[in-house]
Design a protein around this ligand. Structure first.
Ligand SMILES: Cc1cc2nc3c(=O)[nH]c(=O)nc-3n(C[C@H](O)[C@H](O)[C@H](O)COP(=O)(O)OP(=O)(O)OC[C@H]3O[C@@H](n4cnc5c(N)ncnc54)[C@H](O)[C@@H]3O)c2cc1C
Ligand code: FES
Length: 284
């Protein structure tokens, strides 16, 4: 569990990058605690707003020395519409870091990092940590269209092994991020795959990585209300170490999960073999 802080973070800059807005926030206490894979929540709407729920964002980067936390925001609904118009000097109520980060290797490993859309945002800081431990990284960055890719140049600055894939073929190879995955795992001898992006992509990445004999860590994006483990809106069915399936909270037990343990096909349902399912009135 992270030790989050709540702070009124000053917007130092907001930069448009393709379809996204990169917010650099001053949040020194939070920045010191961030590890790759943590997320943050921002309040939207101001005091008196009917938008009671904070909005969750992966932490793109955190710089302990500069005291900054960076988020990559896609405009989606009312809350993000407001955030992508944030002005320098404005203060946003931030809670960070939240969740369980990506596990870091003890020593050198070969890792393939797979990002779909803005899901790539937390992977560059992770790549730097893996390289700092003597490892090597490759990237697959995928999106529907070129403008929805995020961080291609950041990836290229870290490694020459970068594959770009777009569904409409407007950049890189035409297709999906999962299309070249098996070949890429084998090409760089990846022992581990880290992935962040849409749930169907994570499900496919997990299956392909396992088939190829690689560990797979997935950062999920399940709808969240509280973000701190209280409301249970973010639960996923996950197989525990004891082989028993349980609902676990993606905001505190995740968002990073072992892809082999998530019951991808059962997300959004209450599987009848889940511990406690009978108590919920589910029978086989
Ligand atoms: C762990 C995590 C990491 C995320 N990282 C990013 C990121 O790096 N960049 C980014 O742009 N977006 C990210 N999202 C999605 C972002 O939280 C939603 O786009 C945002 O909450 C939508 O808010 P809205 O007011 O614009 O839309 P509305 O539709 O008005 O939102 C209403 C509510 O629905 C929920 N919601 C809607 N869409 C999503 C979604 N896709 N995922 C989760 N909850 C949702 C929110 O909790 C919100 O309270 C992340 C979500 C999670 C859970
Ligand atoms: S969002 Fe409330 S428990 Fe996870």
């Amino acid at each position: 569990m992270a030790h989050p802080v709540q702070t009124d973070a000053e917007v130092l800059s907001r930069t448009v990058e393709g379809a996204y807005h990169r917010l650099v926030l001053r949040a020194p206490e939070a920045a010191r605690r961030v590890r790759p894979g943590h997320f943050a929540t921002l309040a939207v709407g101001g005091a008196g707003s009917s938008m009671l729920l904070r909005r969750a964002f992966s932490i793109h980067r955190a710089d302990a020395e500069a005291g900054t936390v960076e988020l990559v925001v896609a405009e989606y609904g009312e809350g993000t519409r407001e955030l992508v118009r944030a002005r320098e000097g404005e203060r946003l109520s931030l809670i960070a870091p939240l969740g369980t980060p990506f596990p870091l290797p003890e020593g050198p490993v070969s890792a393939l990092l797979v990002g779909g859309d803005y899901g790539s945002a937390p992977l560059f800081a992770l790549a730097e940590e893996i390289k700092r431990r003597g490892g090597q990284v490759g990237f697959i960055l995928g999106a529907v269209t070129a403008d929805r890719l995020y961080g291609v140049e950041q990836a290229r600055a870290l490694t020459q092994d970068v594959l770009v894939v777009t569904e409409d073929g407007s950049a890189g190879l035409p297709g999906r991020a999962t299309d070249p995955l098996a070949q890429a795992i084998s090409a760089i001898g990846a022992q581990v795959v880290h992935a962040c992006g849409p749930m169907p992509m994570l499900r496919a990445v997990s299956a392909i990585a396992l088939e190829a004999g690689a560990r797979c860590w997935t950062a999920v994006e399940e709808s969240m209300a509280c973000g701190v483990g209280i409301c249970m809106t973010c639960v996923l069915p996950v197989v525990g170490e004891d082989g028993v399936s349980r609902f676990v909270r993606s905001c505190t037990d995740g968002p990073v999960f072992d892809g082999a343990k998530v019951r991808w096909a059962d997300i959004g349902t209450v599987p009848d073999d889940l511990e406690g399912a009978a108590a919920m009135g589910v029978s086989s």
